[in-house]
Write a protein that binds this ligand. Structure first.
Ligand SMILES: CC(C)(COP(=O)(O)OP(=O)(O)OC[C@H]1O[C@@H](n2cnc3c(N)ncnc32)[C@H](O)[C@@H]1OP(=O)(O)O)[C@@H](O)C(=O)NCCC(=O)NCCS
Length: 207
């Protein structure tokens, strides 16, 4: 996967812009609020995601969190856009719980349902992992996924993540406790493997 990593210099700090063959992973800005709300209020997206918002106003907390983790060096979340529509966010991916001393972090991701099953997140996460392991010198990337969410755990397995075990009933959801599948990927495993190639079928019309 050939991804180009460009650093955009700003007065405060450089935010890394990542270019993949079809997408831009760029900083999430105030004008993305509507699209973030659209994603994070869609039950198909949030069913296994853990966070959802009921109003545009409440969704501002998510944008504030993106900014906070970036400013405090505890994470980076990117807005995913098609290269031909760089203003139009179609999803997000990123890392949080970034432990700078231990060189580990946790990955998360979502995109709009009309883009599912087209290889979008495979292409974007490949580029993000490349960036994290090479430029951020991460040693270990972790991801926690619900067993009922095969789209997510098959995606990360395809990227080389290994299942470490099941955290039994570790999360409370509605009125029940749910298991989480705990996955990790180490930098040397990422470097030594043949990277999967995403095949983008076609894009839906803009929404
Ligand atoms: C998980 C999610 C990001 C996957 O994105 P995507 O762009 O559709 O995934 P891709 O098309 O790149 O698929 C890559 C691989 O993942 C696996 N995969 C993706 N969707 C799948 C599905 N519905 N069922 C089974 N496997 C699936 C496949 O192995 C696929 O490779 P293949 O098509 O060659 O078999 C998307 O479904 C989503 O946004 N879900 C809601 C949010 C969410 O659950 N986030 C994670 C919370 S932990």
């Amino acid at each position: 996967m050939c991804a180009q990593i460009i650093l955009i210099m700003s007065e405060k700090s450089p935010f890394p812009l990542i270019q993949t063959p079809h997408f831009l992973l760029r900083q999430i800005v105030a004008t993305d609020l509507t699209q973030i709300f659209r994603g994070m209020s869609d039950p198909r997206v949030t069913e296994y995601y853990g966070i959802s918002y009921e109003t545009l106003e409440l969704t501002q907390a998510q944008l504030d969190w993106f900014e906070l983790i970036y400013e405090t060096g505890t994470g980076i979340w990117w807005g995913i856009c098609r290269r031909d529509e760089p203003q139009h966010l179609i999803g997000t991916c990123g890392i949080n719980e970034w432990e700078q001393d231990d060189h580990c972090a946790e990955a998360g991701f979502w995109i709009f349902p009309e883009y599912w099953g087209k290889g979008v997140m495979l292409e974007c996460l490949s580029a993000m992992l490349d960036y994290c392991f090479t430029k951020l010198s991460l040693h270990r990337m972790q991801s926690m996924v619900e067993p009922d969410n095969p789209a997510s755990w098959k995606l990360i397995e395809k990227l080389g993540f290994q299942l470490e075990g099941i955290l039994r009933e570790c999360e409370r959801k509605d009125d029940r406790y749910v298991d989480l599948r705990c996955y990790s990927l180490l930098a040397r495993e990422w470097r030594n493997r043949v990277q999967p190639q995403a095949t983008i079928v076609h894009f839906p019309a803009s929404t």
